[in-house]
Each structure stands twice: as C-alpha cells, then as structure tokens.
Design a protein around this ligand. Structure first.
Ligand SMILES: [Zn+2]
Length: 229
C-alpha cells in the first residue's frame, strides 16, 4: 500500500472544501444542513458510496485500524470496534469523506497519467486509517476535514457564544493544562454543554474540546490580557 502524496493545504482551503460539500449536500437534501451532520447519509445518499462495517483488524491484519476507503470500488469501511461508539464512528466516517473529497481527485489524475491495469476485485484499500500513528499529511488533512464537517464553525461559534454571554470564555491556567497535554475540566464541561445545546449528538467530548480551542472560543486569561495592551 502506498502513502498518498498530497500537497500542503492551508486551513482556509480545508474550510472551503467542507463548506462546498455542506452546501451541495444541503441543496441535494433540499434543506439547510444543521447538526448533527448525518455523515452516513452523506456517504451513502449524497456521494453514492457503499458504507460497510467490517472486521478490518482481521481483514487487514492491523490491530489499530479504524477505517479504510477503496476509491475504485467506491467503498468506505469502518472497523466494527467503533460501532458502539457514536462519536468515534462518525468521526471515522467523516475522516474517510475527507480522503474522498480531498485526495481522490489527486489519485485519479495520477492514475490517468500512469495507465494502470484495472484493479482486481479484491484489491487492497486505497487508504487505510489507523489510530494515533504519527500523522502523515494526508491523515492530518482528513482529520481536519472531519472536525470541520461534524462541527461547522458557524454552528459551534453560535452555540458557544450563546452559552458564554457573547464572548469567548477566558480561564486561568488553560495554556498550562494544554502544555501538560491535559484537557481542562472547565473545557470538558463547556464542550458537553455545546454538544447538548447545539445538537452535536454524534461528536465526542474530546473532539469538541479541540474544536473549541481551534476556533479560539476558549482562551487563557493571560493571552486575553496580552492582547489588551
Ligand atoms: Zn485516513
């Protein structure tokens, strides 16, 4: 299996790719898209791909595999171990959508210039996605895509500012806990509130914590004071 070589993408380019998909999906559905974002329906309904749950760990002989996508067979597979965990399941599906949207066009171009033989019916997946491996650029991009798809910025911002009286939360010691690699307990509670209030029912607490940090909806008090000077 090869690593997909991908060009660098700016955050704003990933933002745009997700916004385009959400808009086209909303048009297809004939109503504005709002959370929870039904990623299963995007895969099977809007994109017209096959979505399967399988024992990928045995099938591919990898103990930490989460999902895989076959571009030619138009198939997305999620490991059965994630079936009982809605947040991780939806994130994996959204991550595979990221590969489909961001990386399939690149490989298609490559394939045309290489004149490959037709793939065998049992051909290996085009991409295999594993837990916590050092993230190759393609994997990082698919994760960024997934976070934006399940937690659109405008919906997260609107919900959070509604909870926090119209401005980002500012807390002492937030940067220290980030440096220590710990998710602050105040951040975890806020993430729970945002999930409940904004109907992000297929998002894990951890994923929402990182999204709130990413969108600067929670900040360290010291950073806010620095800006005031
Ligand atoms: Zn991946």
């Amino acid at each position: 299996m090869r690593q997909i070589k991908v060009p660098f993408l700016r955050s704003s380019e990933i933002d745009k790719a997700v916004a385009d998909l959400l808009r086209r999906y909303g048009t297809w559905r004939n109503e504005p898209t709002k959370p929870p974002i039904d990623v299963d329906e995007i895969v099977e309904g809007y994109l017209g791909l096959v979505l399967e749950i399988a024992d990928l760990k045995s099938l591919l002989g990898m103990p930490d595999v989460l999902g895989a996508t076959w571009f030619e067979k138009r198939k997305v597979c999620v490991d059965q171990s994630l079936e009982s965990n809605e947040g991780r399941f939806a994130f994996t599906v959204a991550h595979e959508i990221g590969h489909w949207q961001l990386h399939r066009p690149l490989l298609e171009m490559e394939t045309m210039t290489l004149s490959l033989f037709p793939a065998a019916a049992d051909a290996a997946p085009t991409v295999v996605c594993r837990a916590r491996e050092s993230k190759a650029p393609a994997e990082w991009q698919a994760d960024q895509f997934a976070a934006r798809l399940l937690m659109p910025a405008s919906a997260v911002r609107g919900t959070t500012l509604g909870i926090c009286d119209g401005k980002p939360a500012a807390w002492d010691g937030l940067d220290a806990s980030r440096k220590a690699g710990v998710l602050d307990s105040r951040l975890r509670s806020l993430a729970d509130e945002v999930i409940a209030e904004g109907s992000f029912s297929n998002v894990s607490n951890e994923a929402m914590c990182y999204r709130l940090l990413d969108l600067h909806l929670v900040e360290d008090t010291a950073a806010v004071q620095m800006r005031a000077f």
